[in-house]
Write a new protein. Structure first.
Lengths: 388, 312
């Protein structure tokens, strides 16, 4: 069965490389743009199709699982390297002048093709749906958007999401940064300490919700003993147990804690890598000049890793924007408890209340809300270009 | 696997750090220990619960087990046995590997090429392209599932015209690799561009002067220098893909031979009810591989990978 794997040198039709013009001027511009289009779109597509033809084996449900996993890994991993290698060979066939002008599009082409299919197309699809009614049969103009900005639960979800956006990244990034810096100074045990902070990242969302039930769980009198840690502490202090997840507005904070718990590991690992990339000489020089550790941190480390901080914060903000599972899987009802958030509203309308238009409108509002973050990032992107 | 905060094994000294002034004071050590303890409490709860017998789990808090650790009656490995035997775990594990390894390598490779182009190549439209990629970070995955599923099973039709044919990618590993790649790319491009873009330009310029083309620079210079960022992203993408339930459920199906570990676990929840002791055991089994990946790649996060590269 395993013989269907492709033989590597099966190069796809090179897109007419001899066409590449010898003369440098006017006529070549058209050739160049055609070449760009071909290299950015056609080659990846041809290759994907080619690879896909050899992948039929992977669809075979009766195949031996070990063989299948082996073939999948070889073909999947090998396929992507083959893709770039072949595209690069094709580019090398071009005239020298064209070569370096076409190559960028070969580098970004596969990414753009995949993004176009898997994200851009769904976005346009969503924008389209957001102007239609519940089952997408009629055009309703801005009705869905009116709903988004008037419904009580929607308004509360916007407020809550704003809270998530600010508090979760703030907490996760500052704890992550502080921890990465401090752990960097440890003589031993850094790996262990970091691993333990990172551990929650390895738990799936389903696992995390089980995990935090062990902390927040509440059982009222007569329904068994309280097996949540917080209520265990309350009882130990002689207090009454508390329904933590129904305690408005604090229950929002308790849910945010779960996300901070899961995400700090991400911030910590990425920031730690950035801290370790700071050349030792700079820090040593500052120390020799008599800078205190705090000064080294604020005047040298932080400014050096600002780009990474921005990246991590952006990622956290966007993740906080998308958060739904934590709210969604809680046994307590999000609407009654005032813990609604926008992404959760979107899914609820889309999948449970079967109103595609409203769900899509919430999604579009979320896209629009991220535009300032994008502008901020772009400005930094240009600054980085300017100073290097 | 070190899931308990107690008795942390002594780590070998990191090489860059030998005997310098950076040794932490007591304040730092205590702060670290406090944070680590706080972070470990929930996990510890899961670990303990997963080894407790059912009647204990439901009648007393998990922390009470710590008070009397030698009461043998409450400890059991039965939960793990039930979790492993309950489903076709071996096959689901292999499926998870077949899904997760390519779904980690493919996006990283594609993103690294794109990130290099965005950082160091001049071409028209790169700002617009990069902004678009960053903007796509916010597209909620859940929103994309239905259009993509339609694309996989029906292709795209505009009126009566077929724009994209039905590729029949549903229920196939190729389909789920591509889906995970698409969903993971924005973050991968974003993180890697940030890292690759901050490498000293003198390295790239001197290579250019020596006559290296972009492909060579990328392959011989940028990739080796970017190992920390690549390893860091590999870890996250792997965990993401490994722990994902939604995408796997939609694209590989909820039953049959191709189910992955998370789907098997979910089915376990369905078949055993809300049994915390079994769920926690299952959660620990599925955590094991991501943790191995993390521990084995962690050594790449070392200091000073770029230091000295310029002078060399």
């Amino acid at each position: 069965v395993t013989t269907t794997v492709e033989e590597p040198p099966a190069a796809p039709e090179p897109p007419e490389p001899p066409e590449a013009p010898q003369r440098p001027s006017a006529g070549s511009t058209l050739g160049l743009s055609i070449m760009r289009v071909i290299s950015a779109a056609a080659i990846p597509i041809i290759l994907f199709v080619l690879l896909w033809l050899t992948f039929d084996f992977l669809r075979d449900a009766d195949a031996n699982r070990f063989a299948l996993a082996g073939v999948a890994i070889v073909v999947g991993v090998g396929g992507v390297f083959l893709l770039f290698w072949m595209m690069n060979r094709v580019v090398d066939l071009l005239s020298e002048r064209l070569r370096e002008r076409v190559r960028p599009y070969v580098f970004v082409g596969p990414a753009l093709v995949l993004l176009a299919v898997f994200l851009v197309y769904p976005v346009f699809n969503t924008i389209f749906i957001s102007f239609e009614n519940g089952n997408s049969t009629e055009f309703v103009g801005l009705d869905n958007y009116k709903f988004v900005f008037t419904d009580v639960n929607m308004l509360r979800s916007i407020r809550n999401t704003a809270g998530w956006l600010i508090l979760v990244p703030l907490a996760a990034v500052s704890i992550g940064l502080a921890f990465a810096t401090m752990a960097d100074k440890l003589r031993r045990g850094e790996a262990v300490a970091k691993s333990l902070i990172f551990l929650p990242m390895a738990i799936s969302f389903a696992g995390a919700s089980i995990t935090w039930q062990l902390i927040y769980s509440y059982r009222s009198q007569g329904f068994g003993s309280n097996i949540g840690l917080l209520n265990g502490i309350m009882l130990g202090l002689g207090q009454d147990p508390v329904k933590w997840l129904e305690l408005q507005p604090w229950n929002n904070l308790f849910l945010m804690v779960i996300m901070v718990w899961m995400q700090t590991g991400f911030a910590m690992v990425v920031l730690s890598a950035a801290i370790k990339a700071i050349p030792d000489e700079i820090i040593e020089a500052a120390r020799i000049d008599g800078a205190s550790e705090l000064q080294v941190f604020w005047r040298i480390m932080v400014p050096t890793i600002v780009p990474t901080i921005v990246v991590v914060t952006t990622y956290m903000v966007i993740n906080a924007m998308k958060v739904f599972d934590i709210v969604f899987v809680q046994p307590a009802n999000a609407e009654n408890n005032g813990t609604v958030v926008m992404a959760e509203r979107m899914l609820r309308w889309f999948f449970q209340l079967n109103h595609n238009g409203r769900g899509a409108a919430v999604a579009v509002v979320l896209f629009v809300a991220v535009i300032p973050v994008m502008i901020w990032n772009m400005r930094r992107f240009r600054e980085q270009e300017a100073i290097r | 696997m070190s899931a308990t905060p107690v008795s942390a094994p002594i780590e070998p000294e990191r090489s860059g750090n030998v005997g310098d002034v950076r040794t932490g004071g007591w304040l730092i050590r205590i702060t670290i220990i406090v944070i680590v303890l706080l972070w470990s409490i929930p996990t510890l709860g899961v670990l303990i619960t997963s080894f407790r017998a059912e009647e204990f789990v439901n009648t007393s808090g998990w922390w009470t087990a710590l008070a009397k650790p030698f009461e043998a009656a409450q400890w059991t490995i039965e939960n793990y046995r039930v979790a492993i035997e309950g489903q076709e775990f071996g096959s689901a594990f292999m499926n998870s590997l077949a899904m997760a390894i390519p779904a980690t390598v493919i996006p990283i490779t594609i993103a690294a090429f794109a990130a290099y182009a965005f950082s160091w190549m001049e071409f028209r439209g790169r700002y617009v392209m990069f902004v678009t990629v960053v903007g796509l970070l916010v597209v909620p995955l859940q929103m994309a599932l239905i259009p993509i599923l339609k694309l996989f099973t029906q292709g795209i039709m505009l009126g009566d015209y077929i724009i994209v044919p039905d590729l029949d990618l549903n229920q196939s590993f190729v389909g789920i690799w591509l889906a995970h790649t698409g969903f993971g790319l924005p973050l991968a491009v974003y993180l890697l561009r940030n890292y690759i873009g901050s490498l000293p330009s003198s390295i790239i310029e001197s290579a250019r002067i020596d006559g290296a083309d972009h492909f060579t620079i990328f392959w011989r210079l940028i990739i080796p220098l970017s190992i920390p960022a690549l390893a860091a992203f590999a870890i996250f993408q792997f965990m993401w893909v490994w722990n994902d339930l939604l995408v796997a459920y939609v694209f590989l199906g909820g039953a049959g031979k191709n189910i992955v570990l998370t789907v098997a676990l979910r089915n376990l929840v369905g078949s055993t009810g809300e049994n915390w002791q079994i769920l926690t055991a299952a959660a620990f089994i599925s955590m094991s591989l991501p943790l191995i990946v993390f521990f084995s790649l962690q050594r790449y996060f070392v200091r000073g990978l770029t230091a000295g590269a310029v002078k060399g």
